[in-house]
Structure formats: C-alpha cells, structure tokens
Ligand binder design. Structure first.
Ligand SMILES: Cc1cc2nc3c(=O)[nH]c(=O)nc-3n(C[C@H](O)[C@H](O)[C@H](O)COP(=O)(O)OP(=O)(O)OC[C@H]3O[C@@H](n4cnc5c(N)ncnc54)[C@H](O)[C@@H]3O)c2cc1C
Length: 485
C-alpha cells in the first residue's frame, strides 16, 4: 500500500472510475463531489413506480471501456440489450425510417437514402455530386456543416447529421468540429476524396462488430456510479458529497484543496489530484497554478437541455410504437420556425423490454428539449416544458389523454461543445497539465463525452497519477537509502 493520498475532484462517472483505479492501485483516495449526489450526468429516479434514467441511459458497446468497467464490478450478467434500435426521423412532415448504412447521418448507401425519403427530391439529387467533386480542402479543422455541406449538400447536414449530433452534443453543426464531433468519418475522409466513400470505409471496418449497439443496467445506467463508489470504498477509499472544491494550490510538492463555504473553509492536502469536473469549474481550480490550461478550458462552451419523462397508460397510444424513438431536426423543431421544440423522443418502454416487463400497462417516453444557443426554449416552467412534450407526442404519434406522471430534469450546461479547434485546445490543456507533477484531468470536456470515453479518460488520468506517485515514492526511498548509507 502506498502512503500517498490522491484526491479526485468530481464524483461523476469519470471521477469515480479514476478513483477506483487509484484505490485499486493501493493509493489512499478521497473523492470530493460538490452536489448532494454522486453520479453527475448519470442519475436515476422513479416515475410511476419505475426506475428510469434522468440523464445518460445507455452505453455504446462498440467501445469496450464502460462494459469492461461493469464486468470488472462483477455486473456483466446484468447488462441489458435494447429490444430494438430502429429509429425514425421527423422530416418533411412525416416520421421516416433512418436510412440504412448511414454513419452519424453521413450516407453510405444511396439507394437506402432515396428509399427513406428523408430528403426532398432536390436534396437527394445533390448528394451523388460528392462522387465526382474534387477533394474538399480542410486544412486543420472545419465545421461539420462546412465539410459535410460542401460534399453532400445542405439537406444532408440539416436532416441527417444535425439531428444525430443534436442528440449527442445538443450542438450546432455550424460550430461543431468535423474532426472531433465526427471522428471516425473525419479520419476516413483523410484517405477518401468522397464522403460517401469515407462512410462506406467506416461501415466496412465496423461490419465485423455484431450484437446490439447499446447496453444499459436493469435499474438504469444511473445505478452505475453507486456501484463504482461502493468499490472505491471497499478498496479503502472515501467518497464525500456536498464537498465543493473552491480552490486548488500547489504546496510542498503536492496540492492543497479548499473545500466548503467561505465562512467555514476546510483544507485538505494531497500528493496528487485528478480534476474530473466540467470545463468551467476545472478552469476556476487551475487558474492560480496552471493558468495556461485554465484559459483554454474557459473557452469550452456548454449546451443546456432538459429531459421530460412521461409515463402514459399504454391505451393512450393509438398503436404501440415499433421503434426506439425518433429525432426531430432543428429545421423542423425550432419554435422560431414553427416547430414545437422537442429534438428527440425515446420510447423507453419499447427500447428497453425490461422496463416494459415491469409494468406492461405503461409506456415511458423521454423527450429531449434544448440545443446550444436555444436558451429561450428552456426559460419556460416545468409545466410548460411538459406541455411541449405532450403536444409533440399528440401531434406526431396521436397520443391522447394526459400522462399519469411527468418528470422534468434540467441539465444546465450539461454538454460540452466540441467546436472547431477542440482537439488543438485539448492538446494545449494536456500539455500545460503534463508540466505539473501529480495532476491529471479527466471527463467529458476532453476526448469524447460518451460514458465509455469518460471512463477511458479516467483510466488515462489514473495511470498518469499512479506512475507519478510510484516514481516519486521510488525516488524518496532511493534518497532514504542514500542517506542511510
Ligand atoms: C441528458 C444527458 C443524456 C446523456 N446521455 C448519454 C448516453 O445515453 N450515453 C452516453 O454515453 N453519454 C450520455 N451523455 C453524456 C455523459 O452522460 C456525460 O458526458 C458523462 O456522464 C460526463 O461524466 P463526467 O464524469 O465527465 O462529468 P459529470 O457527470 O458532469 O460529473 C462531474 C461532477 O463534478 C461535480 N463538480 C463540479 N464542480 C465541482 C467542484 N468544484 N467540486 C466538487 N465537485 C464538483 C459535479 O457536481 C458532477 O457530479 C448524456 C449527457 C446528458 C446531459
């Protein structure tokens, strides 16, 4: 067991996963979470007697990190697959199946694209130009809208790529970085002149992956943080809630953290610190001793959104939905353009059969509202937001009568925006942090905001800290040995 003490600031999934690795590496670890609850964007609560996620609800299975974590916790057998992943898009006034073969909205199969009727005849006619257009220069980084629009036309951007990225980032395609928001397609596009060809390349490479694309836990993905925290404690660590870290300063080769309200501050010393909080609080903590990282972090913007969860009697639906849900492009959902404001609908009871099995008489639906720059949409009361969701379901799915229960969860500043230049910005943050012994950063602000990417960033942070502490302890022992001789 090491004698070192590491503090992890932030008890979201990144902070907890990092703490778990540190504790299992023999380090005494303390997690400091500012809010009363651990888990950050992973949270579950009951609606109409069913446990339903308020934030993230599933993990991608194409990346191993989150699944490995669940399996490592001995819960691999609990993983649940969706009943269906077939989803639709509300385009040109009707719900239409997502075209087969698309990669984050970039089509790889022109016949499937035509059959989906998501695009207008003119929009569809524009797409094959991609096959003959000369290479599109992109220099360092460009926006998703600029690159995809130049290759495939504006309708592909507006009606396919934007709604999918809207689901992940709640972001704007004019601002989001092609390199970091669509990393697989952007990497393939370095070796394919045609973007359709790049999407075909990505599809070809992933066709070996079989099985469901998503997984969750039976009590909701929001149960994962509790499992990780229990493991941290079992390995000798401490997890504190209601412990907001207000200041971080270098001290005697380690760090001093100031916690709690200004009238009753508490100080805690650590040999190493992992900062696993969103970019704005990370910037505040790093301002004094790592100003270069703080400046860069302060430039990362965040989108706010809300999830309205509704539990309906099954009879409220004229027919039970078949797919897992549908997306509403900004061009259709923007209230300023006559839309209702809902950008995505998930039929949770259809997507997750274990939820339906628990109460076959209920259909639980999650509606997502709000994009970057649409703050006005969220300035409405909870009742008004719930009414927006009810109106959306009535208009698009013919749902009648009121839901038996409604829950509104607001995620203010919930999603980092990977805007043009994000990768370079993150590289500058990491370079500044790398100069500081015993310091690492992790979480959604950096190299991917999905849970698997957050767990991967936690692993990288914990590895850095463990290496650093071991080499320092080795040096201390060496020095003691020399003194003893
Ligand atoms: C509505 C929604 C749905 C999502 N759906 C999915 C999904 O289905 N699948 C998926 O993979 N991803 C999804 N995501 C993204 C993913 O959930 C998040 O990116 C990820 O959980 C972020 O984890 P984190 O640990 O980096 O940060 P957070 O979850 O933000 O955790 C950071 C923690 O730090 C705490 N904190 C902040 N400042 C301080 C401070 N000064 N001192 C102490 N503590 C502090 C916060 O209270 C918080 O608990 C979704 C996100 C949202 C908002």
């Amino acid at each position: 067991m090491s004698t070192s003490h590491a503090v992890v600031v932030g008890g979201g999934i990144a902070g907890l996963a990092a703490a778990r690795e540190l504790a299992r590496g023999g380090v005494r670890v303390t997690v400091l979470e500012g809010s009363p609850l651990i888990g950050g964007k992973l949270r579950v609560s009951e609606i109409a007697g069913l446990a339903v996620d308020e934030g993230a609800e599933s993990v991608l299975t194409r990346r191993p990190e989150a699944l490995d974590l669940v399996r490592d916790l001995g819960r691999g057998d609990d993983l649940r697959a969706p009943g269906t992943t077939s989803s639709a898009i509300l385009s040109r006034g009707a719900l239409r199946r997502f075209p087969a073969g698309q990669v984050m909205g970039v089509p790889s199969d022109l016949r499937a694209l035509a059959a989906s009727r998501v695009l207008s005849p003119a929009g569809l006619a524009r797409v094959p130009l991609d096959l003959v257009l000369p290479e599109t220069p992109r220099g360092g980084d460009v926006s998703v809208a600029a690159y995809v629009g130049a290759r495939l036309g504006r309708e592909v951007v507006d009606r396919l790529v934007e709604p999918l990225l809207g689901g992940v980032f709640a972001g704007r395609v004019e601002l989001l970085s092609f390199e970091t928001a669509l990393p697989a397609v952007a990497a393939a596009a370095r070796t394919h002149r045609s973007l359709i060809g790049a999407a075909q390349g990505v599809r070809g490479a992933s066709s070996k992956d079989s099985g469901p694309v998503f997984a969750t836990l039976p009590g909701g993905l929001g149960t994962l943080p509790g499992l990780v925290a229990d493991d941290v404690v079992a390995a000798g660590g401490t997890v504190r809630t209601g412990a907001t870290v207000r200041e971080l300063r270098r001290r005697d080769g380690g760090w001093r953290l100031t916690i709690g309200p200004t009238r009753a501050p508490e100080q805690l010393d650590a040999d190493a610190v992992v900062i696993a909080v969103p970019a704005a609080p990370a910037a505040r903590l790093l301002k004094a001793d790592v100003p270069a990282a703080a400046r860069e972090l302060a430039g990362i913007e965040y989108a706010s959104m809300a999830i309205v969860t509704l539990a309906y009697p099954a009879a409220a639906f004229p027919r039970l939905p078949k797919g897992s849900g549908y997306l509403v492009p900004a061009v259709e959902s923007d209230p300023e353009r006559g839309g209702r404001g809902v950008k995505a609908v998930t039929f949770s009871s259809v997507k997750w059969p274990h939820l339906r099995d628990r109460d076959p008489g209920l259909i639980v639906v999650r509606c997502s509202i709000g994009r970057f720059g649409e703050e006005r949409t969220l300035q409405r009361s909870d009742t008004e937001l719930a009414d927006v969701a009810v109106a959306e379901l009535a208009a698009t799915c013919g749902v009648t009568g009121p839901p038996v229960e409604t829950r509104v969860t607001r995620w203010g500043g919930g999603l980092p925006q990977y805007n043009v230049g994000h990768a370079d910005r993150v590289a500058r943050v990491r370079a500044a942090v790398a100069d500081q012994p015993g310091l690492a950063v992790a979480g959604a602000a950096y190299d991917g905001l999905g849970v698997p990417a957050c767990v991967a960033s936690a692993h990288a942070a914990a590895t850095r800290i463990l290496d650093d502490l071991r080499s320092r302890e080795g040096a201390d022992h060496g020095a003691e040995g020399t003194r003893a001789q």
